[in-house]
Design a protein around this ligand. Structure first.
Ligand code: 6PG
Length: 504
């Protein structure tokens, strides 16, 4: 029997996607340059397969063998690191005889502009399709969130497979249906995948998902530092607070795993493991790309950018060690039990408010880029497919879905009444938290940048009037006037004795 899907790259993500596809009834032809990885994947499928059921995965020794083993049009899933290797494999597939109707799906975290170029470059040779995947290894195995984009004729073939393997949401509650059982995939509920749009749009949306992920993670980390250093709470107790928050409006996958990480003991020493983990954060680039994109298009996304900077400053450990001994901070404050409890409650509200801002930034960024690229992105659908499977899954996404269902062309989430009202109710606590972090000398760059973002949007007038004056003073860059028609440019001859206004 010929296989339905080829999977190239059997690292953690590729192997788990292959097993997920096989679990959903498809026959998979699997290849990796490392034969040990092919064997491991086949062995795992053998172990997991229910007694009496024939295996659905076959090994391929090379890519031409894979092409021979697939039904046409051939659907090939690429799960390899983003970058040149994607093109290396595409070229080998061309040499191996792939046809113009066949479909190659790049599931890596590729830079979206590379995806746009690749789709054009491989046109006529095969259909280069892309689908970003979120959810880490467990997601890939039992249901990720999938963001496909590219050739719509390819999507027809990919859709049934993608809908089968994606995470599912209970349509009545909007909550994830989670079942992590090999051989027993979730078949009911709404799949967390939707066709995003033309080539590159899916990778762009996933890039922004990751930007939000960076900010969301950093917000939780700031809360941890404030509770640990500010209140002197143990990591275990902070884990308890996070667990409590996870029952309310802050419920999210990231909040849940943060509580677990905080309460994990080191198997070797019995100490809290998190206190033994070196405080230098890694990054693979997607958060940085989001921040760069926001700067390029002129969309304010300071909380996302701050999260990237927070990772950067974390890597400068030697400099921090030196400066920690010389730079002066405030006197340590002692809080009463009541004040501590108030602080914890205020922090919960602050996190919620900052989180709303970071999603508002991400969604506005997608909207601005979509306009630029002529993509018609459906934000209610995007919020929907992030409700399960992906790393930023959160109950909160249900409210974002509703906001976009009420108004599909919402410019910014802060315009949605549901959000502006909850921010109004919580903003005072947000301010208290930011003030406390500053007074105690504990950095909270994301919580703080989010409040500046919120307050900037609250200002009908910003000091950019003075800025325009400065620009005109030294560079004759001109300015518009509030009392004259929009678009009319003026320049003042600032150095002349008799200062005259010139209409340009
Ligand atoms: C996901 C994750 C995943 C990966 C990121 C994190 O949605 O499943 O975002 O794609 O964990 O690449 O990358 P950093 O190494 O940059 O934190």
């Amino acid at each position: 029997k010929l296989s339905d899907v080829g999977v190239i790259g059997l690292g953690v993500m590729g192997k788990n996607l292959a097993l997920n596809i096989a679990d959903n009834g498809y026959h998979v032809a699997a290849f990796d340059v490392d034969t040990a990885k092919i064997n491991a994947a086949l062995e795992q499928e053998h172990h997991e397969r229910k007694e009496g059921l024939a295996p659905r995965m076959v090994a391929c020794n090379n890519l031409s063998e894979m092409l021979d083993k697939l039904v046409s049009p051939k659907v090939i899933v690429l799960s390899v690191p983003a970058g040149k290797i994607v093109d290396g494999i595409c070229n080998t597939l061309i040499e191996s005889g792939i046809s113009s109707e066949d479909i190659v799906i790049d599931t890596g975290n590729s830079l979206w502009t590379d995806t746009v170029k690749r789709e054009a470059h491989y046109k006529g040779k095969f259909k280069f399709f892309s689908s970003a995947v979120s959810g880490g290894e467990v997601g890939a195995r039992f249901g990720p969130s999938l963001m496909p984009s590219g050739d719509e004729s390819a999507w027809k073939y990919v859709a049934p497979i993608w809908k089968a393997i994606a995470a599912k949401v209970d349509s009545a509650t909007g909550l994830p249906i989670e079942r992590f059982e090999p051989g027993n995939p979730v078949t009911e509920g709404e799949p967390c995948t939707t066709y995003i749009g033309p080539a590159g749009s899916g990778h762009y949306v996933k890039m922004v998902h990751n930007g939000i992920e960076y900010a969301d993670m950093q917000l939780i980390c700031e809360a941890y530092q404030l509770l640990h250093e500010g209140l002197g709470l143990s990591t275990y107790d902070i884990g308890e607070i996070f667990k409590r928050w996870n029952q309310g409006s802050l419920n999210s996958y990231l909040m849940g795993i943060s509580a677990e990480v905080l309460q994990q003991q080191d198997p070797e020493t019995g100490k809290p493991l998190v206190e033994l983990i070196l405080d230098k954060a890694g990054q693979k680039g997607t958060g940085l790309w989001t921040a760069v994109s926001s700067l390029q298009i002129g969309c304010p996304a300071p909380t996302i950018a701050e999260a990237v900077y927070a990772r950067a400053i974390s890597t400068q450990k030697p400099l921090r060690v030196t400066l920690s001994k010389t730079l002066v901070g405030p006197e340590k404050q002692c809080l009463s039990q009541t004040e501590q409890n108030e602080f914890i409650d205020a922090l919960e509200d602050a996190l919620y408010c900052a989180k709303v801002c970071c999603y508002a930034q991400g969604f506005q960024l997608m909207a601005m880029e979509a306009k630029e690229q002529n993509w018609s992105l459906n934000f209610a659908e995007i919020a929907k497919i992030w409700r399960a499977g992906c790393i930023i899954r959160a109950t909160f996404l249900q409210s974002i879905t509703q906001a976009y269902e009420q108004n599909a062309s919402l410019e910014n989430l802060l315009l949605a009444e549901s959000f502006s009202e909850s921010l109004a109710a919580k903003q005072q606590n947000w301010r208290k938290t930011v003030a406390a972090s500053v007074m105690q000398g504990i950095p909270a760059p994301c919580i703080g940048s989010a409040i500046a973002y919120y307050d900037s949007y609250r200002c009908e007038t910003l000091p950019a009037n003075l800025l325009q004056g400065q620009r005109d003073f030294f560079g004759a860059h001109t300015f518009e006037r509030t009392d004259k028609p929009a678009g009319e440019k003026y320049h003042l001859d600032w150095s002349a004795k008799q200062r005259t206004l010139i209409k340009m």
